[in-house]
Design a protein around this ligand. Structure first.
Ligand code: FES
Ligand code: FE
Length: 373
């Protein structure tokens, strides 16, 4: 199992916050989209968003629209939402069900759920036209612990290194069997990096989250992942506190029957580069996915997962956890929006990270490394 070290022991090496250009320059933003979001493994939510053949969701990133669909054999597939005839978007609704084929609304070319072109009206007289030459443009898709990841690179890096550090811990949380109870979408006027830097430290917890600070000591906990694509560690729950909820009581059964004893008093927080935040509580799991819109705006989806028993039994109130984090999320988004307004000022210059912000500094290093590749 992982070795933990105190936050103050992670080398800061004089780390300073990023220059203002990283929060306002359209050129740097485009580079981030190209080098990070068009190359990395992006979490697009839970596998059960598309439970049956034909079910699909659309995901937009960097001006692209991606169809994630379950094909007849049960496998998940991902395609660019681009017709092979004249390029038209194949579907507009963000979520839905294809009835056996994906049909273009313009001239009715039709594709199987596996992407093959199966119908193209009035093409039989075209010399050398072969439907097999015109499948939808496919992109890589993988499932990890019930979460779906897509990768838009032509030759994607293997996904395994992303989860190397966290795999053993994640395996204890029964993740494939948990069910989504709620999803809330937020549109935040802040750069995506500010939001991950914010998630990566609790230096701000006392001033920004007084209710959170009553449940978990802001200086508690240690990190086990402090370099590489996945960063994080745990924070301790105060004595007598069951979970991160409005009441301070657990709002569900433990997510796994055999959750180790020490983990009943801990919440683990991990950022998974580049767009996922995973928060493992004893009685529920929360995850965020981040979708940069432009240098100053990000769309965030936040989902809460519970053991099915917690949702079926009336003595539990899963909204106790949802309400707590919805309140806390909004506090974070607000302070990040204030931060965005400040870092684009002509007066802003980088400031020193404290030892309690070592993971924010490490995240910045990951960004810079990815931008140079
Ligand atoms: Fe799709 Fe013509 S553009 S069928
Ligand atoms: Fe916060």
């Amino acid at each position: 199992m992982a070795t933990f070290i105190k936050r103050a022991e992670v080398p800061l090496d004089g780390a300073m916050t990023l220059p203002g250009e990283y929060y306002k320059s359209p050129e740097i933003f485009s580079r981030e989209i190209e080098r990070i979001f068009m190359r990395g493994w992006l979490c697009v939510g839970r596998e059960d968003r598309v439970p049956r053949p034909g079910d699909y969701v659309l995901q937009e990133i960097g001006g692209e629209s991606i169809i994630v669909v379950r094909e007849n054999a049960g496998r998940l597939r991902a395609f660019y939402n681009v017709c092979r005839h004249r390029g038209t978007r194949l579907c507009e609704a963000h979520q839905g069900k294809f009835s056996g084929t994906i049909q273009c609304p313009y001239h009715s070319w039709a594709y199987g759920l596996d992407g093959h072109l199966i119908g193209a009206p009035s093409t039989s007289d075209l010399p050398n036209f072969n439907k097999a030459d015109y499948p939808l443009h496919a992109i890589a898709i993988e499932v990890w612990q019930g979460f779906v990841f897509i990768n838009l690179a032509e030759t994607p890096d293997p996904i395994e290194p992303v989860f190397e550090g966290i795999a053993e811990r994640a395996a204890q949380y029964n993740l494939p069997n948990l069910k989504v109870h709620r999803q809330i979408a937020y549109d935040v006027a802040a750069n995506w990096k500010l939001l991950i830097q914010n998630y990566s430290e609790c230096y701000h917890c006392s001033p920004v989250h007084p209710a959170l600070a009553r449940l978990t000591p802001p200086t508690s906990g240690e990190n086990d992942l402090y370099e590489g694509p996945t960063l994080g560690g745990y924070m301790r729950l105060n004595d007598g506190i069951g979970s991160m909820t409005m009441t301070g009581r657990a709002c569900g059964v433990p997510v796994a029957a055999d959750l180790p004893e020490e983990d009943h008093d801990r919440v683990y927080y991990y950022s998974i580069f580049p767009n996922m935040l995973l928060s493992l509580h004893p009685d529920y799991v929360m995850f965020h996915t981040l979708w940069p819109v432009d240098a100053g705006h990000t769309r965030i989806l936040c989902d809460w997962l519970f053991h099915p028993d917690s949702l079926a039994r009336p003595e539990f109130n899963p909204d106790d956890g949802v309400d707590f984090w919805d309140m806390t999320n909004r506090q974070d988004w607000h302070i990040c929006e204030q931060s965005q307004l400040g870092v684009v000022s002509r007066a802003y210059v980088p400031g020193p990270y404290s030892s309690r912000e070592c993971l924010s500094a490490q995240f910045d290093r990951e960004v810079l490394k990815a931008l140079e590749k």
